[in-house]
Design a protein around this ligand. Structure first.
Ligand code: PMP
Length: 438
């Protein structure tokens, strides 16, 4: 599969060679770098994307799940074009911003919103807000969870097994150099789906934990569902202990349905973070909470600012996305497409001896090369990476970008994928399955 990839994509190899002297790894974000070389992209529209050699792929990667609208959604493009002539940034208030804040509060059980430009930015602000509100420094995050690239969450991202400590008491491991140990010590770690570990952390750190930050469905280990009662348990512990529950809904916010994970699981978090697909292809992020929590900002007790916050082009894109893309009809369409794709995968899997299963939630799904359902990061570490690589490169060579490169990711179904796209996806999988099986 690799030889075919290499022979089909020589221009990407050349582009990487040109980029390497000027950019570390030749890419703008570490996740974009992989062997033998990443695909350099020429253009994209709807559900299709082209690399520099003109190879076409049906795109189920969709910018790491940031494009539920698909590429260049007409409603988003129109809204941005209309806005483009009226000033691209002001650094001053304008009316689109409260329209969008209102849209968010209509969908999520929150009173107030502040905006940013990336998931990293809003998880950083949400954690700071929780610290300011509670007057406590420590936070709990789950092992293997990804919440962006600020110091507090660059802890136990994907720790090596020899450093990670016991299953029920994970060690706090800095993700890489440059994260101060003073920060690391304030980020306590539990396994996803382990309520007892969270209870123990609270017992061992009485009155010191500001918040739990959790992705309600862990999407950086494929797709990993919370077990029955887990999120409710986190909710109860936070309420009892006076800590805040932060749902990092950067991925789940737009993917599970109109009201994100709060609605899907019927749980009210204290703070949520949103990014990726709410922007329809533009850098839009937000954090939202109750008025009593956000009053910390209103009373100048917690600081929040940003030159790029509520950039009018981005706000126009976001409003068009909420109003014209992330609609009930849109979600019904995604559910239909997702069912067809998952059914198809299961049928092909049934006819082979490949040890794998499909997990899906809303617009997301993943093929996990493991014989049983994983429930946390440590189990996910056992997935067969070699089989996954055969799968990913096999699919790419068939013109299907089944998901982003990296086995911890998942596919995204957009509002504009068709059943024909699903057919092509499944035909490709059927074709490559024998090679994976061997
Ligand atoms: N939180 C979650 C759950 C994410 O998946 C990501 C990005 N994959 C982030 C935060 C960080 O977002 P960004 O890359 O926009 O900083």
């Amino acid at each position: 599969e690799l030889a075919t990839y290499e022979s089909r994509t020589p221009s990407s190899r050349e582009a990487l060679k040109k980029a390497q002297p000027r950019m570390p790894l030749g890419v703008a974000s570490n996740f974009r770098s992989y062997e033998p070389w990443p695909l350099y992209i020429k253009d994209a529209k709807g559900t299709h994307i082209h690399d520099l050699d003109g190879n076409e792929y049906i795109d189920f990667n969709l910018c790491f799940g940031a494009l539920m609208a698909g590429h260049c959604h007409p409603a988003v493009v129109r809204a941005v074009q209309e806005r483009l002539e009226t000033g691209t940034m002001y650094g001053m208030p304008h009316t689109l911003e409260f329209d969008l804040a209102d849209e968010i509060c209509q969908r999520f059980p929150m009173d107030q919103v502040r905006f940013g430009s990336s998931g990293t930015e809003v998880t950083m602000h949400a954690i700071r807000l929780a610290r300011g509100f509670t007057g406590r420094d420590k936070i709990i995050k789950m092992e293997g969870a990804y919440h962006g690239v600020h110091d507090s969450v660059l802890v136990s991202m994907k720790p090596k097994p020899e450093l990670a400590g016991p299953d029920d008491r994970p060690t706090q491991v800095p993700a890489a150099s440059g994260v101060p140990m003073d920060t690391v010590k304030n980020t306590l770690i539990a396994q996803f789906n382990d309520l007892a570990a969270v209870q123990r952390l609270f017992a061992e750190n009485p009155g010191q934990i500001a918040c739990i930050i959790v992705e309600p469905i862990m999407m950086n280990i494929g797709v990993c569902m919370p077990e029955e009662g887990y999120l409710e348990g986190l909710r109860d512990i936070c309420t009892r202990e006076g800590a805040l529950l932060i749902f990092d809904e950067v991925k789940t916010g737009a993917k599970l349905g109109r009201g994100g994970a709060c609605e899907y699981f019927n749980i009210k978090a204290d703070l949520i973070t949103l990014a990726k697909s709410i922007g329809g292809g533009f850098p839009l992020a937000a954090f939202a909470a109750s008025k009593s929590v956000m009053d910390m900002i209103a009373q100048h007790k917690v600081f929040h600012a940003g030159t790029y916050a509520t950039n009018p082009l981005v706000m126009a894109a976001g409003l068009a996305t909420f109003r014209e893309v992330l609609t009930p009809d849109g979600y019904a369409h995604v559910a239909k497409i997702s069912d067809a794709l998952v059914d198809g995968y299961n049928q092909v899997l049934k006819s082979t001896s490949i040890e794998a299963y499909v997990e899906c939630a809303g617009a997301n799904g993943a093929l996990l090369f493991y014989p049983k359902r994983i429930r946390n990061f440590r189990e996910w570490q056992k997935v067969d990476i070699n089989l996954w690589k055969l799968y990913w490169f096999g699919m790419i060579n068939q013109g299907v970008m089944a998901q982003p490169y990296w086995w911890d990711e998942q596919w995204t179904i957009s509002m504009v994928h068709s059943l024909a796209d699903v057919d092509q996806h499944l035909t490709a999988f059927e074709k490559i399955a024998p090679a994976i099986e061997q």
